[in-house]
Design a protein around this ligand. Sequence first.
Ligand SMILES: [Zn+2]
Length: 324
Amino acid sequence: MMQKRFFVVLFIALFSISAAAFAQEATPEATAEMTQPCPAGGSPDAVPAADALKVLTSFTTIADMARNVSCGLLDVQSITKPGTEIHGYEPTPSDLVKTQNANLVLYNGLGLERWFEKFMGSVQGVPSVNLTDGIELVPIAEGEYQDKPNPHAWMSPQNALIYTENIRKAFVALDPANEAAYTANSAAYSAEIQQIDEFLKTNLDQVPAEKRFLVSCEGAFSYLIRDYGMQELYMWPINADQTGTPKQVAKVINGVQDNQIPVVFCESTVNQGPMQEVANQTGAAYGGYLYVDSLTEADGEAPTYLKLLEFDATRIVNGLLGIQ
Ligand SMILES: [Zn+2]
C-alpha cells in the first residue's frame, strides 16, 4: 500500500516537473506562424526530373538552402556529407568527376573551404557562385587567421537572407525559364528565416545587455553576436589542429568568471570535453552543443538549415534566460 502511494506521488511530481518545463521552454516554432514552403509547387526534398540541371554545393547547409529555392526544379547535391569537417576536407576523385558533370557550383567563400580553390582549378568550364557576395564581413580577431574574414556568415539569420537572394539570382541565371518559381520560393523561405530573426531579437532583449554573452568552442558566432548585440568568448578562433589547449581553457574560465556568465556551449563537430571542464570549474551551466558547420542526417536534430538555426536559437535563448 505504502509502495503504491509512493509511486502515485512520484508520478505526479514527475508530471508537474515536465509540464512546467514544457510551459517555460521558448522555441521559435511556438512564436512563429507557419509559412508554406515552395509556393510555386514541388518541395525541398522532391526528386528532380532525370534531365534536371545539376547544382553542387561545397557543404550541406547551403545545399539545403538551395533546395528550398529550387523546390525540386534542379538537382541539388552537397559535395561534403552531413557531419563532415568542412574547413580541411580532402576531396575524392569521385567528387571531381561529379563536379565536372555539374552545371553550377555554389560555395561559401571567405576562406571557409580551404580546399576549394585548388579543387575548382581541376574542373573545366563549370561556373561557380560565391554565396557570401554582399555580406558585411567580420574579421577573425586572433590566431593564425587573424584579420581574415570570419567565414561562418550563415550563422546569422540576417546574412541568410543575403545567401538566399544570391542563390535565387544564380538559379535565374542558370535557368531563366523558371525565374518566377525561384523568386516565389525564395520569398517564402526568407519569411521563415525572418521568423527566427524575430525570435532571437525578442528573446535576447529580455537578457540584460551585460549578460548577453555567447561562449563557444570555435569562434563561429561572430555574425550572430554582431547582429543581436551580444558579446563573444571562444576557445579558439577557427577550427584548427590545436584545439582546447590548457591556455585556451584558462582564457575561457577567466572570462566566464570575470563576467559571471551563466552558460557555456560547444559545437557539435568538435570535442566538448574542454568546455565541459570550463563549466565544472566555473559553476556555469553546460548548455550543450550547437550546430554550425554541418547539418545532421535526416533523422538527426538539425537536418535542415532552418532546424539548425531554430535549435541553436532555442538553446542560446533558454541557456541565457536560465530555462532548463
Ligand atoms: Zn567552422
